[in-house]
Design a protein around this ligand. Structure first.
Ligand SMILES: [Fe+2]
Ligand SMILES: [Fe+2]
Length: 474
């Protein structure tokens, strides 16, 4: 179905044919815009930004680029095309037709899953709202805003499901999604990583590399859902998520490239010397990496989880790449390994695979992450510098699950609390690191100019040059 842009709410779900739903969403729309005005990108309302907007969900043709003021962005509801013959492909309902409505017995569980996903979307906009003031270039400013408007659209995607399939409860949850605030003591966002600050652009690039990648894996698992509207919604969200990860990977990659270039030129790896030259030394970058990685690993939930087993068995949430996995897709009687501590050491323990599906998704995520970090290391080597960024052990700095009670160093060694505390400044960003990175943050808004600590991108967005006027200040 085509997207109707003449409607107040652009959509490809035939909203005009469902007046009740349309009215409910038109009632939520101004509340969303109020939230955007209050919590969205700081001081951005009048800017003309070169943004892409979804115009079709068909492959290859969905993106349209033009100057837009963000409050006028056409946030809408887009589902991937449906397959009328789609079958549930895992769990106890395997082989049955995919659901076009929510089975009563799964209603509250499914609602919780959608709300938890939905809550991350406005949270990241809130976390990033001040970054526009310190952008390293117009190109980066535009990318930040693109990520922000699409996270706003992801919120719309989840709110549509809540309104369309969960009645009054869904409407109430949709209001609450606009009321929680990232980092608020009384009414915080649901998940820990989404209450952390994103104080500087290095943190932003790390966040989009690590935490938006968690989004990719969660959305991929939901894209398998037996509840067809959720599967179709999340499939379309994944096309947007890919850009967010690109912003993170290329962003950190450009920081790495710039530092490595200076290291090679000056023949030094001395952090103090590099700081005096205005670039981010790689040990500091490693500490940022350790922080964002460990905080994001917690988002996958407890290592052993009966909820994860229920979500899978009932068909609500599959595995990453479910269709490509060669097994029975029911997983009864199968085993998987998780880590736990025994006499001060990490040991593996076998548990029913159904209970270990959070861990399984986490492991898929880890493999994807390691590949990305490997690409940064290639950049360092190519510049002629010597340093290797390393993904820490998965038990390092965890706050959720059985590993949270342990103190583990980045290489996987279990330590005493006091020994760990004494060394944490080697592993996690210190106040001094953060103050140094903050000191580099200035506002660069001349087309084609880039802050000293970051290399220009290899190419511009949508094949326009890197020195394009990506944002107009009118
Ligand atoms: Fe998102
Ligand atoms: Fe995202």
């Amino acid at each position: 179905m085509n997207i109707t842009y003449s409607d107040r709410i652009p959509n490809n779900v035939g909203l005009a044919e469902n007046r009740t739903l349309q009215r409910a969403l038109e009632h939520w729309q101004p509340e969303f815009l109020n939230w955007w005005a209050e919590m969205g990108p700081d001081g951005s309302g009048a800017l003309d930004i070169y943004l892409r907007t979804a115009v079709s969900v068909e492959k290859g043709g969905w993106a349209h680029f033009d100057y837009v003021k963000m409050p006028d962005y056409r946030w809408g509801i887009f589902l991937n095309p449906g397959d009328p013959d789609r079958k549930v492909n895992f769990g106890v309902h395997k082989g049955e037709p995919a659901w076009q409505s929510v089975p009563g017995e799964y209603r509250s569980t499914l609602r919780r899953i959608i709300v938890t996903q939905g809550d991350t979307e406005p949270a990241s906009v809130e976390q990033q709202r001040h970054l526009g003031q310190t952008c390293p270039s117009l190109y980066d400013l535009r990318n930040l805003y693109q990520v922000n408007v699409e996270e706003g659209r992801h919120l719309w995607a989840m709110v549509y499901l809540l309104h369309a399939y969960f009645g009054r409860d869904g409407r109430e949850e949709s209001e609450a999604l606009l009321e929680r605030r990232s980092g608020d003591r009384d009414n915080p966002r649901i998940l820990g990583a989404f209450n952390e600050k994103t104080p500087d652009w290095l943190a932003f690039f790390m966040f989009t590399f690590f935490t938006d990648r968690d989004g990719k894996f969660q959305l991929s698992a939901l894209a398998e859902s037996a509840f067809d509207p959720l599967a179709r919604t999340t499939r379309f969200m994944l096309t947007e998520e890919a850009h967010h990860m690109f912003v993170g990977e290329s962003g950190v990659g450009r920081v790495v490239a710039r530092t490595a270039e200076v290291m090679a030129r000056e023949k030094t790896d001395d952090p103090e010397k590099l700081r005096s030259l205005g670039v981010i030394d790689l040990p500091t970058l490693q500490r940022y990496l350790n922080f964002h990685y460990s905080v994001t690993l917690d988002l996958f939930g407890a290592d052993v989880s009966s909820n994860a087993a229920t979500f899978y068995s009932t068909g609500l949430k599959g595995r990453y790449g479910e269709a490509k996995i060669d097994d029975d897709h029911v997983l009864e009687g199968r085993e998987h390994y998780v880590l736990e501590s025994e006499n001060g050491k990490l040991v593996t323990r076998s548990v029913p695979m159904l209970n270990a599906l959070n861990e399984r998704l986490r492991d898929d995520y880890i493999a994807d992450t390691i590949a990305g970090v490997g690409r940064w290391n290639k950049t360092i080597a190519r510049a002629g510098a010597r340093f290797e960024l390393v993904v820490p052990h998965k038990a390092f700095n965890r706050q959720i699950g059985p590993l949270a009670v342990l103190r583990v160093d980045p290489r996987g060694g279990v330590m005493s609390e006091s020994a760990w505390m004494a060394r944490q400044d080697e592993w996690l960003p210190t106040k001094t690191d953060r103050a140094y990175v903050a000191s580099l943050m200035g506002r660069v808004i001349e087309p084609g100019k880039f802050a000293n600590w970051i290399a220009p991108p290899a190419r511009g967005i949508n094949n326009v040059p890197a020195d394009f006027q990506y944002v107009r200040f009118v």
